[in-house]
Design a protein around this ligand. Structure first.
Ligand code: MG
Length: 338
């Protein structure tokens, strides 16, 4: 197996902001796995929230090349080896995991979702409204609704929360997911969350810092909305740890390491009666196709990373209003735009 990679820069349509940071452009790494005349592709979307970077991902790829072996069909043991050696670089692992699944699908001429024995992915995605000044919020919401999105996700945890949410609820009555990105302390969070009840949130994501996860149980009992862990839930074992403390978990491939690990997390969450959401970072369609391939298994999808871009270099994910889907194209179902 020959593994090569290159950096790629993508640009959000609007500056994308959460409680902690803003993004004008995102640098990702495109992974290319070639074997027996077939090429599989994957995308690495590193996040410094998890000790990842483009440079660290590339360094991990150098070493991963020597761990692949000579059988791309053996995805499970390959990914297990990558985790044993590079547990701290799961974004890089997810890029290789995606390239392996893409390779197998292309080689067998079946879509990855079919390879996994799953229903065809056809899922409502939320569209994220980033933190912005109030006039810009109005523009973003109008754009999202005009484009047919019928579920919105909003970043909260800043001083204009109530003005922002009032503007949104004036224009939109559908599912509204709130993401606080660790904004609150345990002693202030109950009051903050109760004050959000009037906006009828579908769920509230990561209201506390990840190390304060034990305090999340008290927020569940407020009964305002299901409480989901995002930053506090990275890997499969985190799902079991969080059982009883949260209603659900947000699985992202950058955190967990790709399809193989996400399937383990979904299975654990389901066994424990927990809800599951799939999330993403700003990225191209190539990074969205892997989580979308397993999206039939989850309750909520926030897979709008490619839809936030001005210049998505990959194509293949269909969208009708708020529904994104994959067809019968072999592999992950996406290809470079040109
Ligand atoms: Mg989040």
């Amino acid at each position: 197996m020959k593994l090569t990679w290159n950096r790629m820069t993508v640009h959000p349509r609007h500056r994308f902001t959460t409680a902690h940071w803003g993004v004008d452009e995102t640098e990702v790494v495109i992974v290319r796995l070639e074997h027996d005349g077939v090429v599989g592709l994957g995308e690495i979307v590193p996040s410094d929230l998890y000790g990842q970077s483009v440079a660290a991902s590339e360094a991990a790829l150098e070493s991963m090349s020597t761990l692949l072996g000579d059988d791309p069909f053996a995805i499970d043991p390959i990914v297990q080896r990558l985790i044993e050696h590079h547990d701290d670089q799961r974004a890089a692992i997810s890029g290789v995991d995606a390239a392996l699944y893409d390779w197998v699908g292309r080689r067998l001429e079946v879509p990855v979702w079919k390879l996994l024995g799953l229903a065809r992915p056809r899922k409502q995605t939320t569209f994220t409204i980033g933190i912005a000044d109030l006039s810009e919020i109005r523009v973003k919401v109008d754009e999202a609704l005009a484009a047919g999105f019928d579920a919105l996700k909003v970043k909260v945890g800043i001083e204009h929360d109530h003005e922002t949410l009032s503007i949104i609820r004036d224009a939109f009555d559908g599912p509204l997911l709130l993401d606080a990105n660790e904004a609150w302390e345990p002693d202030e969070a109950p009051e903050k969350i109760q004050a959000l009840a009037r906006y009828r949130p579908t769920m509230i994501e990561q209201p506390l810092k990840k190390e304060d996860w034990r305090h999340l149980a008290a927020l569940r009992s407020l009964g305002v909305a299901p409480i989901f862990a995002d930053e506090a839930c990275e890997r499969p074992a985190d799902v079991a740890r969080l059982h009883g403390y949260v209603d659900g978990v947000n699985i992202k491939f950058t955190k967990c390491g790709g399809i193989r690990e996400a399937l383990r997390m979904i299975s654990t969450a389901r066994t424990l009666g927990m809800q599951v959401m799939l999330g993403c970072f700003v990225s191209s369609s190539l990074a969205i196709a892997p989580p979308l391939s397993v999206a039939s298994l989850v309750d909520l999808a926030d897979l709008d990373g490619h839809l936030l871009l001005a210049d998505d270099p990959f194509t293949g994910i269909e969208r009708e209003g708020g529904i994104i889907s994959l067809g019968d194209t072999p592999g992950l179902g996406v290809a470079p735009r040109d």
